[in-house]
Design a protein around this ligand. Structure first.
Ligand SMILES: Cc1cc2nc3c(=O)[nH]c(=O)nc-3n(C[C@H](O)[C@H](O)[C@H](O)COP(=O)(O)OP(=O)(O)OC[C@H]3O[C@@H](n4cnc5c(N)ncnc54)[C@H](O)[C@@H]3O)c2cc1C
Length: 411
């Protein structure tokens, strides 16, 4: 890591070190022991594309161990029973895990509660009854959820969603479709965003609400698992909701104000993905440096050729800049600053340079760079996707330029 002139606060530094120890004890050995499972997609996925029972078992073990150790809920508000740490801890924790574990040891994805899959600050305003009924198993790592915002007709323009919540007595009935919903094939609950006031929603003045819906509810259907990049299974799904009954206790936050919660969730996703890109980028860069020192061509280590090493120097520079941007954006959020521009910049820049670092590491490895055992392609795939998930690069540029044109020109 390039030198950074200031250090993380003591508590976050300690958590970061603790996470690294935890991953060394609970994540890396599980991958080692179950290498045959992880190397065989036919054992990772069922025929319908969902995770196999063996994989779900391992994920559950890591989640529950992380919950017992206090890492899983470290960024969940204290009044919900979590550790109360903020955005900087979330960024630093994820960056450390991605850097240590790389794309091979991906059970680490379940060490800290991912904002869309488990408890986080997004659930800050759940009702006392939801806390009572749902939060316990989620905090213990026994149950998980998913985040149903995107729809076939509403991606970048998420506020154009068409799912309706029609009043029915005290509660509502939800009807609509969701797509790309991560973790949906295995989730126990889904936060569904729906129009509760179509007129206000059409005028983009609120009118959208968020509901916590058990995925086993009558009328809730996982229609299909979406398979990305030639995989035989996947973690994203398409959902259909048909007259799904929800009660007032299932409302998350204020009625008609759910879109603000959706945007906050996406912000957490941007922090997570900025950290993922820098962590994977650093992992790939170190792999490339090691390889360049040992691989020989024309009687010399390829590290002697500037054609090989200058791209690595560029990646080190870019990753250092991205790291500082991520730390800065997370700190601004902890200070109560909305950081729309800074977080958009950090996410867009980090995923582009992280992806480029992985691509350059592939090139450094020659043909070895495409092998399953080196595994660079896993990081390459995942960062390619992150150029779209949680706000495409174009939408992030749109947010940045909107802020600039409003006079927020500080850079
Ligand atoms: C792996 C993965 C996981 C995901 N997980 C979830 C999830 O858990 N929950 C969820 O709700 N969603 C999820 N998404 C959906 C994600 O949020 C959307 O894919 C994203 O918002 C883009 O929407 P879209 O794919 O419909 O692209 P579109 O909105 O159709 O955009 C297509 C292209 O047009 C460009 N474009 C659109 N508008 C503009 C504009 N104004 N200016 C310039 N360019 C523009 C886009 O940048 C893009 O290049 C996930 C996506 C992926 C890939």
């Amino acid at each position: 890591m390039s030198a950074i002139a200031w250090d993380l606060p003591d508590d976050i530094r300690a958590v970061r070190e603790g996470l690294i120890d935890f991953a060394r004890k609970e994540v890396l050995p599980r991958h080692e022991t179950h290498r045959a499972l992880f190397d065989d997609p036919r054992r990772l996925y069922r025929k319908d594309g969902r995770f196999s029972d063996a994989l779900k078992g391992l994920i559950g073990e890591v989640r529950r161990a992380a919950a017992r150790a206090g890492y899983y809920n470290m960024c969940v508000p204290e009044h919900l029973g979590g550790g109360g740490l903020g955005h900087l801890a979330y960024y630093a924790g994820w960056e450390a895990l991605f850097h240590l574990c790389g794309p091979h040891n991906w059970l680490m994805l379940y060490v800290i509660s991912h904002w869309a899959f488990g408890p986080s600050r997004l659930l800050e305003k759940v009702t006392p009854e939801a806390r009572e009924r749902i939060l316990g198993p989620m905090m213990a790592g026994e149950a998980s959820m998913c985040f149903g915002l995107s729809e076939p007709g509403a991606g970048s323009d998420a506020a154009a969603l068409a799912t309706r919540a029609v009043k029915d007595g005290e509660g509502w009935r939800l009807t609509g479709r969701k797509i790309w919903t991560s973790n949906a094939p295995v989730a126990d609950y889904c936060i569904v965003f729906a129009q509760t006031d179509p007129e206000r929603a059409a005028a983009r003045r609120g009118g959208i609400s968020a509901f916590l819906v058990p995925t086993g509810s009558a009328g809730f259907e996982v229609q299909r698992v979406i398979k990305l990049f030639g995989h035989i299974g996947g973690d994203e799904a398409e959902l259909r909701l048909e007259d799904v009954r929800v009660e007032p206790w299932q409302l998350v936050g204020d009625l008609h104000q759910g879109f603000a919660a959706a945007l906050y969730g996406v912000s957490l996703g941007r922090i997570y993905n900025s950290a993922r890109a820098v962590g994977y980028g650093r992992w790939a860069l170190e792999l490339a440096l090691d390889y360049a020192k040992t691989r020989k061509a024309f009687d010399r280590p390829i590290a002697d050729y500037q054609g090989v090493t200058f791209p690595l120097a560029e990646s080190a520079t870019e990753l250092h800049a991205a790291h500082l941007m991520g730390l800065n954006a997370a700190t601004l959020l902890d200070q109560g600053h909305p950081a729309i521009k800074e977080l958009s910049m950090a996410k867009a820049y980090s995923v582009q340079v992280g992806y480029r670092a992985v691509d350059r590491a592939m090139q450094t490895h020659g043909a070895m760079g495409f092998t399953n055992e080196v595994g660079l392609h896993h990081a390459w795939h995942s960062l390619r996707i992150v150029n779209v998930a949680d706000g495409t690069n174009e939408i992030l540029n749109r947010s940045i330029v909107q802020r600039l044109l409003k006079g927020d020109t500080e850079v």
